[in-house]
Design a protein around this ligand. Structure first.
Ligand SMILES: Nc1ncnc2c1ncn2[C@@H]1O[C@H](COP(=O)(O)OP(=O)(O)OP(=O)(O)O)[C@@H](O)[C@H]1O
Length: 697
């Protein structure tokens, strides 16, 4: 039907309105322009645009009121079942007087879009043969629409349809563009995150990097990775980053029980979990931290399971202190994709961590083995001694070896405490594993703790790599703590805890490590006195002294000396490629009469010197070699250790030998060898007695 110009009547008006209608960017402005037009031309008092969505069988309404305020109803069920539903099967104009409209659609009549009117007309809007909606005209006048009015309204309908088509195609291309733009950004982000995470093999670095990317791209303020512990089932290792301050995020690493946490729910269900919490009450203690960091705020949480190859590795937990704006399906989808990549990276990092741990363990094992092999070779493999006191010691060794009891070996320096410790280990059921040794006097106090318990990377300045402690190395074997009397007081409670609970933590870690190491301790100091002087904890003393074995000094068993001299001579001669097959009886007698302050080690040193100087097959020991050693006969058996080696005597002896050796401590001519002491023992004694070598020279 041809358009009849409005009352002012002109083709110009028709072109104007056509141009205006098809230029509108959205439905509201289209409704506004239409209303102005029909009002001015007296065709109607208001206009509603109804848009039909066939996908979900719903309709939306766009309109403006008299004050030009937009009116919009989306998906109103009453719209879809209103007059529009009648034009869908028969695309024809519908007319109703008010009374009938109100009667049939009382609900619609309540809406702002249907103010007072007398006559109602609905024209279908058609595009490419399909109904895309309808245009409602409301007239609030006594008069009804004339034939020519209806003709003009009907001529308007296809132009309105064009306007709607124009808006829809624009909207579609905008949607397509937005979709493409979003997909491109998502893809970029995925590539960036994948590159970032896959290049990080260290879990700390990996989690920091992931947190940074997620914070920058999604605005989450708290990002945590809760990883299940392989060694401790039921425990979670947490790596968290909190963005209270963008330039200085707070990194936190801790271990918690899995039970009762939100992560536990996700781990069990293997499903993501989204929730908003307004109170901390239902949360596990560590999860409450969010409410402490952001007091008074609600927390929106997103938890995604980290699954790789069907294996549940843990949970990625994201939170934000207000109802967040990331509930869009696309963002959730993107976060899921990020989580999938993160799971691969976490699996890689865990595998790398394991390889590094095994490598370190292997290195440490090799070192320990070499140490052990050297030691065994130097020990001649057996304990020499037929004297009564030594036989008693051997009996005690046999008795205690098979049990797992802690043993305390007491005795002066060089009496063979380490040898006895090795014998206990060899005779025990643990002999298939190693005996690990730690000399508490040889390690600086500050390093002793990490030597014993190990440390994590970064636990303290200089801890550039993770280290396994001696307790871990000695697992299922034996740990020999030599010079235990030199253990710093502050470290003693930790040792006591391991003895009581068989567990400890590495420095810088909360992970509890179980140990099944049997402990053998040794000391040449008077621990009882140290307890009285409060230099040694009494609880530790009693715990260590479950089974004490005292090794008698050589002067209490001179009858062992000939045996020792023979064994040392032949073994040393063989080692040095010398052929010595006899020792003069006189020499043996002389040696048996000497007092050996450094005990067996000192005797061994003297024999080694003698073997080196011997030019025949008979051991030659010059008188001069014996000069530094006082004869045993000068002391009676009743004399105590302290009387013979009192602090004063020991002090003078060390000072004298230090002077004689020009302050040289180590080496064949050093003071340690001459005193029959280990270098470390001499150094710790000098420290204890306040001897400053520099002041002597
Ligand atoms: N009964 C023994 N038979 C054979 N060799 C022995 C005996 N006792 C000690 N030795 C030797 O003497 C040296 C010192 O022994 P060991 O290191 O066991 O003594 P120690 O009491 O642990 O010394 P320290 O108090 O200085 O730690 C070692 O070379 C060891 O082989």
């Amino acid at each position: 039907m041809a358009y009849t110009p409005n009352r002012a009547g002109s083709d110009q008006g028709f072109f104007e309105i056509t141009r205006t209608l098809i230029q509108q960017p959205d439905f509201c402005s289209l409704a506004q322009v239409l209303r102005n037009h029909v009002e001015q031309s007296g065709l109607a008092d208001s206009v509603n645009l109804l848009m039909w969505q066939p996908d979900n069988q719903s309709a939306s309404l766009y309109s403006v009121d008299r004050q030009q305020q937009a009116i919009f109803y989306r998906d109103e069920a009453s719209l879809a079942s209103g007059p529009l539903s009648h034009t869908l099967p028969h695309p024809e104009a519908l007319y109703y007087p008010r009374e009938l409209f109100q009667q049939r659609w009382p609900q619609l009549s309540q809406l702002n879009a249907y103010p007072a009117f007398r006559h109602y007309c609905l024209l279908p809007l058609v595009s490419q043969g399909k109904i895309i909606g309808g245009c409602e005209f409301l007239l609030n006048a006594e008069r009804r629409w004339s034939e020519s009015d209806i003709a003009r309204l009907q001529a308007l309908a296809p132009i309105i349809s064009l306007g709607v088509e124009h808006i829809l195609s624009h909207r579609q291309s905008d949607d397509v563009y937005a979709q493409l733009y979003r997909e491109r950004n998502d893809f970029r982000l995925l590539v960036a995150i994948t590159n970032a995470v896959l290049s990080k093999l260290d879990l700390d670095e990996l989690t920091k990097e992931v947190a940074r990317e997620i914070h920058c791209n999604f605005g989450f303020s708290s990002i945590s990775l809760a990883l299940r512990s392989e060694d401790n089932p039921g425990k979670l290792h947490l790596y968290s980053t909190h963005y209270l301050d963008d330039s200085a995020p707070l990194h936190d690493r801790t271990g918690v029980d899995e039970k009762g946490t939100l992560s536990e729910k996700v781990i069990k269900s293997r499903e993501a979990l989204f929730l908003t919490l307004s109170s901390r009450d239902s949360l596990a203690p560590y999860e409450r931290m969010l409410f402490e960091l952001w007091p008074g705020a609600e927390q929106t949480l997103y938890l995604f399971p980290l699954i790789f190859s069907g294996r549940m590795l843990g949970v990625l937990k994201l939170s934000h202190p207000s109802p967040a704006a990331f509930t869009g399906v696309a963002n959730i989808k993107l976060l899921r994709q990020i989580t999938e990549r993160l799971a691969i990276a976490v699996d890689n990092a865990l595998a790398y961590q394991e390889i590094r741990r095994l490598k370190e363990r292997l290195l440490d094992e090799n070192l320990a083995l070499t140490e052990q092999i050297n030691k065994v070779a130097g020990d001649f493999g057996e304990i020499i001694g037929r004297s009564e006191p030594m036989m008693a010691v051997m009996k005690q060794v046999e008795m205690v070896a098979q049990s797992d009891s802690t043993v305390m070996i007491l005795g002066e320096t060089g009496t063979g405490k380490e040898l006895i410790a090795r014998a206990i280990h060899k005779l025990s059921g643990r002999n298939g594993r190693r005996m690990v040794k730690l000399n508490c006097a040889a390690v600086p106090a500050g390093l002793l703790e990490s030597d014993l318990f190990g440390h994590e990377r970064g636990a303290f300045t200089g801890a550039s790599a993770q280290r396994i402690g001696r307790f871990e190395l000695a697992d299922r074997g034996t740990l020999f703590l030599d010079e235990v009397g030199d253990m710093p007081l502050e470290l003693q409670p930790k040792l006591l805890r391991v003895l009581q609970e068989q567990e400890f933590e590495r420095l810088g870690s909360n992970k509890v490590i179980k140990t099944d190491a049997r402990l053998i301790a040794a000391t040449n100091r008077d621990l009882k006195q140290m307890v009285a002087d409060r230099e040694f904890r009494s609880d530790l003393y009693y715990r260590l002294s479950v089974f004490p074995i005292r090794i008698p000094p050589l002067r209490e068993r001179p009858q062992d000396i000939p045996l020792l001299v023979k064994a040392f001579t032949f073994n040393i001669a063989r080692r040095l490629g010398r052929n010595i097959d006899s020792i003069p009886a006189q020499t043996l007698k002389l040696l048996s009469k000497m007092e050996w302050p450094g005990n067996v080690r000192e005797l061994e040193n003297v024999i080694e010197r003698a073997v080196l100087l011997t030019r025949s097959n008979v051991l030659q020991l010059s008188h001069a070699d014996m000069l530094p050693y006082p004869a045993l006969a000068t002391h009676t058996e009743a004399q105590t250790d302290d009387e013979i080696h009192g602090e004063e005597g020991e002090y003078q002896r060390i000072v004298r030998v230090l002077k004689e050796s020009n302050g040289v401590i180590a080496g064949p001519k050093g003071a340690a060898v001459r005193l029959g002491l280990k270098r470390t023992t001499l150094l710790s004694r000098m420290k204890r007695l306040g001897i400053d070598k520099k002041a002597l020279l």
